[in-house]
Design a protein around this ligand. Structure first.
Ligand SMILES: C[S@@+](CC[C@H](N)C(=O)[O-])C[C@H]1O[C@@H](n2cnc3c(N)ncnc32)[C@H](O)[C@@H]1O
Length: 242
C-alpha cells in the first residue's frame, strides 16, 4: 500500500493536517483491514483500497479542517451509525486525546470494529452495539457527548432525532452530506425546532484526490432534548419529525 501512503500524505498536506508517522501507519493499516472484510460484510460500495482510502478515510478527515471541531476541547465524541468505522476511526487516529464511541446496530459490523480497534491498538475508541433510539435512553449516554458525528446514517430530519439526544446542550453535531444538503436542511426545519437546535454553519470542503466537496452541516444544540425523544425504534424513519 505504498501508493496509498503517498496519497494519504499528500491529502494531509492539502488539508494542512499535521501527521505523525504512527497516525499514517495506523490509517494505512485500517484501510487494509477494511478492504479485507468489505466483500463479506458489505461495509461500503467502494471495493478497492484506493477508493476506500480516498472516499471514506480522507473524506472523514476533512472534518479536521473545520475550526469549530479542530479547535474545540472535545473529551467525548460519538459516531452514530458508524458501519465500518467511518468517520469515527480515521478521526480517532488523528485525535488521540478525544474518546470516540462508535455506535452501530449490526452485530457483525460491531465485531469488525472491535477487532480493528484491537489490531490498531486504539485506546481512545470503544464500540456500542445498539440502535441509537434505544441507546439514547441510557442515562450514561444521553446528553453526554461534546460532539456527535454521522455519515450516511439517514436523511437529516431522521438523523437529527436519533443523534441529537446524545449531545450536551451548547455543543455542536456534524453531519457529512453531499450535494443535496440544502434540500435536506430545508426538510429538517421542523425537526430542528422540535429538538431545540439551529444550523450554525455549512462547511464546504474540497475532498483531496476527488472533484467533489463535502458539505459538513454543523448543528448547535440550544436546549436539552425533550424527554419523549427519540421515539421508539423505527418511528423516526417511518414518520420523520416535521
Ligand atoms: C449506510 S451505512 C454508513 C456507515 C458509515 N457511517 C459510512 O459512512 O460508511 C449506515 C449504518 O448505520 C447503521 N444504522 C442505521 N440505523 C441505525 C440506528 N438507528 N442505530 C444505530 N445504527 C444504525 C447501519 O447498520 C449501517 O451500518
Amino acid at each position: 500500500m505504498q501508493k496509498g501512503r503517498k496519497i494519504l500524505v499528500e491529502a494531509l498536506k492539502i488539508l494542512k493536517v499535521p501527521a505523525e508517522k504512527e497516525a499514517i501507519d495506523r490509517t494505512v493499516e485500517f484501510v487494509e483491514h477494511f478492504h479485507l472484510v468489505n466483500q463479506n460484510l458489505n461495509l461500503s460500495a467502494h471495493k478497492n483500497r484506493e477508493a476506500i482510502l480516498v472516499n471514506l478515510v480522507i473524506d472523514s478527515l476533512t472534518l479536521l479542517t473545520v475550526e469549530s471541531f479542530a479547535k474545540s476541547q472535545l473529551d467525548k465524541a460519538i459516531d452514530v451509525g458508524s458501519g465500518g468505522g467511518i468517520p469515527g476511526i480515521p478521526l480517532a487516529i488523528f485525535r488521540p486525546a478525544t474518546h470516540f464511541v462508535l455506535l452501530e446496530s449490526k452485530s457483525k459490523k460491531c465485531l469488525f470494529l472491535e477487532e480493528v480497534i484491537a489490531k490498531l491498538n486504539l485506546s481512545n475508541v470503544s464500540v456500542i452495539c445498539a440502535r441509537a433510539e434505544d441507546a439514547a435512553r441510557e442515562k450514561s449516554l444521553r446528553e453526554n457527548f461534546d460532539t456527535v458525528l454521522s455519515k450516511a446514517l439517514a436523511p437529516l430530519n431522521v438523523a437529527l432525532e436519533i443523534t441529537i439526544p446524545f449531545l450536551k446542550t451548547g455543543k455542536s453535531a456534524f453531519f457529512y452530506k453531499g450535494l443535496r444538503y440544502f434540500q435536506e436542511l430545508k426538510d429538517a426545519e421542523g425537526a430542528l425546532k422540535i429538538l431545540g437546535c439551529k444550523a450554525r454553519k455549512i462547511w464546504e470542503i474540497d475532498v483531496p484526490w476527488t472533484d467533489r466537496k463535502n458539505y459538513l452541516i454543523e448543528i448547535e444544540k440550544c436546549m436539552p432534548t425533550p424527554s419523549h425523544l427519540p421515539r421508539k425504534a423505527g418511528l423516526p424513519q417511518k414518520k420523520p419529525l416535521s
